[in-house]
Design a protein around this ligand. Structure first.
Ligand SMILES: Nc1ncnc2c1ncn2[C@@H]1O[C@H](COP(=O)(O)OP(=O)(O)O)[C@@H](O)[C@H]1O
Ligand SMILES: [Mg+2]
Length: 255
């Protein structure tokens, strides 16, 4: 980690409520240019809530704290304004968009019409085929929906990509395709000094880390980021001893 790199995302003391329930209770997180972070945490701990709040999905109410991106406070900015600033997301369960074909959605994501060659390149990487002329995510299989999400991110090329469980509901062949697209976005095989785009990846199993190198992992627990460490070490620790033991360990307590 090189602290002198410009900070891209800066979250301070973030409290978020959904309905009348407080889900996040003081999250602090900084992601600098070129860094890839992993977010771990038990089911229902608020991982998706954090990502949905960063992109500005409706229903996630910030009651305290702030999210800044490239120095700008995101409070009050709509989803599309945040996307234009350079934030993109691949949802865990992407919503279907009736009446909008994937081909059209790729132009929207790119901020202008893609050339035939650019669409062909995305098709080659992600086997989009007939999906291009279908309404976005309408009746797509799990693997198709993930490939469609990745195509939209590759068209957008955001400075910060958020991935909500990119390997969930996806077979091994599709994980490899999704992992390849994530690598293109994050250039994670290159030295950190060569990278510019950043990522935040939610994973349960860590399988996706066979395809993408991550710099650091955080554990979301009881509404806060309770532990931080090497991604593969933390995943191994959690799979053998569970989250309770992980956040109770000496390393986490010293944070
Ligand atoms: N849109 C929503 N409407 C109602 N409850 C929600 C919504 N989003 C999240 N929650 C609640 O917030 C809690 C955290 O959920 P989530 O962020 O999806 O956790 P995770 O992704 O870590 O499994 C859960 O109790 C969930 O039911
Ligand atoms: Mg989730």
């Amino acid at each position: 980690m090189t602290p002198e790199r410009p900070v891209l995302l800066e979250i301070e003391d973030l409290h978020v409520s959904v309905g009348d329930r407080e889900i996040l209770r003081g999250v602090d997180l900084e992601i600098a240019e070129g860094e890839t972070h992993v977010l771990l945490g038990p089911n229902g701990s608020g991982k998706s809530t954090l990502l949905n709040t960063i992109v500005g999905m409706p229903g996630y109410r910030i009651t305290r704290g702030s999210i800044r991106f490239k120095g700008a406070d995101l409070a009050g900015l709509e989803i599309d304004e945040r996307a234009r600033l350079g934030i993109g997301i691949a949802f865990q369960r992407p919503p279907a968009v009736r009446g909008v074909r994937l081909r059209q959605m790729l132009d929207v994501a790119a901020g202008g019409e893609l050339s035939g060659a650019e669409v062909s390149a995305l098709d080659d990487d992600l086997s989009l085929g007939h999906m291009l002329e279908r309404d976005v995510n309408m009746g797509f299989s799990g693997g198709e929906a993930k490939r469609s999400e990745m195509a939209q991110l590759l068209a957008q090329m955001p400075e910060l990509s958020l991935f909500d469980e990119p390997e969930s509901g996806v077979d091994l062949d599709n994980i490899a395709v999704v992992g390849g697209a994530m690598n293109t976005l994050l250039k994670s095989e290159e030295r950190i000094a060569e990278r510019k785009r950043a990522g935040l990846i939610i994973t349960h199993t860590g399988h996706i880390l066979e395809y993408v190198n991550a710099d650091v992992a955080h554990v979301l627990y009881a509404g806060r980021l309770a532990c931080k460490g090497n991604p593969l070490d933390l995943i191994e620790e959690i799979s053998s001893h569970g989250y309770d033991a992980c956040v109770g360990c000496k390393l986490c307590q010293s944070l």
